[in-house]
Design a protein around this ligand. Structure first.
Ligand code: AMP
Ligand code: MG
Ligand code: MG
Length: 309
């Protein structure tokens, strides 16, 4: 059901939910074939057939429904003339039952950018840590990350055994697909990279004085740790993340009362001409933490190292 009178923002969210879910099926199917087709895009930056096909599915589907909205995907310009079975035209009907917040009811197509990470946590996917994999679709209005979808293809529903869950967030509406939990107040658990660490990353981590460190893959999965109450903060003092890694996680986390910024406490901007790298790293906190307090803990040498990049 592609036709609906819902505002553009709501239709894009509903279509992102459906296409992220389909991308999750593609990711599982390609893993089952055992032929991952790995190529190196750069140092510590692998790409697989699943990244490529999931991106085709998402970008071709969103382009078909929203031809005048700018879409930027991690895997670059993609063939839009893709196999019919990769095109998802249905919108998530459950999501469309929500009322559009007034502030998004008249957003024009030219103010929107959709940031797509078709498979976040590729290193982990190739190494068999499939729980860490997510599909990320973020929606920016002008500069701000406003809406997001995080799909987790290998999450297993403990009562039905069904694979895959989809969590969405929209500023002004809240989050869906999941009920957030708070992390234990007698601990301070920090989540960070498991495959892209370096001396500056470690220095910033130590400065946080965590009681535990949770090293997991992917920006999406780390933000899920915050939402699930498994960690209090996500700290990554490196320029390695890109806008498609943080747009959806930032929107979902902030819709749930948390905060995601660079290491200096400033929000990234997500307009269509912005550079891709998040040069000042990532600092995210759950709704129970003081973000400002953690920004103040970042040592001077880490700030300098990041600003010189
Ligand atoms: P991580 O926390 O290391 O799993 O990284 C989160 C996201 O940022 C993933 O999409 C990574 O591919 C990307 N990323 C982080 N650091 C780097 C890096 N040094 N080189 C390439 N990609 C990176
Ligand atoms: Mg990524
Ligand atoms: Mg990716």
């Amino acid at each position: 059901m592609a036709f609906t009178s819902a505002p553009l923002m709501m239709r894009i969210m509903a279509s992102s939910i459906s296409s992220a879910r389909r991308a999750g099926v593609i990711i599982r199917d390609i893993m089952k074939t055992g032929e991952l087709g790995i190529v190196d895009k750069g140092k510590d930056d692998p790409q697989t057939e699943a990244d490529r096909t999931a991106q085709q599915c998402i970008v071709a589907s969103l382009t078909k429904l929203f031809p005048s909205v700018k879409i930027i995907g991690e895997e670059g310009a993609c063939e839009l003339n893709v196999a019919k079975e990769l095109i998802v035209t249905e919108l998530d009907t459950e999501f469309l039952k929500n009322k559009c917040p007034d502030e998004w009811s008249n957003v024009p197509a030219e103010d929107l950018v959709i940031w797509v990470d078709p498979l976040d946590g590729t290193s982990e996917y190739t190494q068999g840590f499939v729980d860490h994999v997510t599909v990320l679709i973020g929606i920016a209005v002008k500069n701000a990350a406003v809406g997001g979808v995080i799909h987790q293809p290998y999450y297993k529903n403990s009562s039905t055994g069904e694979l895959g869950r989809t969590i969405w967030g929209l500023r002004g509406l809240g989050i869906g697909g999941f009920t957030p939990k708070d992390a234990p107040s007698d601990k301070f658990i920090v989540t960070t990279t498991r495959s892209h660490s370096n001396a500056t990353v470690q220095c910033a981590l130590d400065a946080m004085q965590p009681t535990e460190v949770l090293r997991v893959g992917g920006a999406g999965y780390k933000v899920l740790q915050l939402l699930e109450g498994k960690a209090h903060a996500y700290v990554f003092a490196s320029a390695g993340c890109k806008k498609w890694d943080t747009c959806a996680p930032e929107a979902v986390l902030e819709a749930a009362g948390g905060t995601l910024t660079d290491m200096l406490g400033q929000h990234y901007v997500y307009h269509k001409d912005v550079e891709f790298p998040n040069r000042l790293g990532v600092l995210a906190t759950s709704r129970t933490e003081s973000h400002t307090k953690l920004v103040e803990r970042i040592p001077h040498n880490v700030r300098e190292a990041m600003q010189s990049k």
